[in-house]
Design a binder for this molecule. Structure first.
Ligand code: ATP
Ligand code: MG
Length: 157
């Protein structure tokens, strides 16, 4: 086992010289808990000088949640896009670099793919998202991300 890979999944020892946290992936769906994940991301990134990759995956499930028409779906995406620009302006104000990433895929897959592509060190998602009505503690996206991520995941209530 090489020293630089010591903290990779499967290793038993911490890095002797941990490298700085450079990238943080935040999953955003327009929900309150994902907005709090954004705020926490900006706070952490501000302290560490890290860059945020703010990910929204465009897959909506109109069979489960309103809106149902194409037009209404487009308008939800516009709202999320506008909210992401607002988050970017907050990050700018805090002196934090933030990239907006929009993907046409399942949300957990998009979040995990962006983490792998960028080599980000940490993932932030909300406990629940837009379908928070059910009694489950975690939504399906946050559960899936926790189950499959190869880096630490912080779940924001
Ligand atoms: P459901 O499993 O029915 O969708 P939910 O909407 O309450 O339940 P999740 O979708 O798992 O819960 O949302 C949890 C977190 O996952 C959100 O706070 C957000 O951080 C992230 N997330 C969810 N959907 C997306 C998405 N489309 N794009 C990016 N991140 C998302
Ligand atoms: Mg959801």
């Amino acid at each position: 086992m090489s020293e630089t890979s010591a903290s990779a999944p499967g290793s038993k020892r911490p890095d002797p010289v941990p490298r700085p946290i450079q990238g943080i992936v935040v999953g955003y769906d327009g929900s309150e808990s994902s907005a709090r994940a954004c705020s926490m991301g900006i706070r952490i990134a501000g302290l560490l000088g890290a860059e945020i990759h703010l990910v929204h995956a465009g897959e909506l499930r109109p069979e489960i949640v309103e809106p149902r028409t194409e037009e209404e779906i487009a308008s939800v995406h516009d709202t999320v896009a506008a909210a992401m620009q607002l988050v970017k302006s907050y990050a700018d104000r805090a002196g934090v670099r933030l990239r907006i990433v929009s993907r046409e895929s399942a949300p957990a897959a998009a979040i995990l793919a962006v983490q792998e592509e960028t080599g980000a060190d940490l993932i932030l998602v909300g406990t629940r998202g837009l379908h928070a009505a059910s009694k489950l503690f975690l939504g399906s996206v946050s559960s899936d991300v926790v189950a499959r991520a190869r880096v630490p995941v912080t779940i924001v209530p």
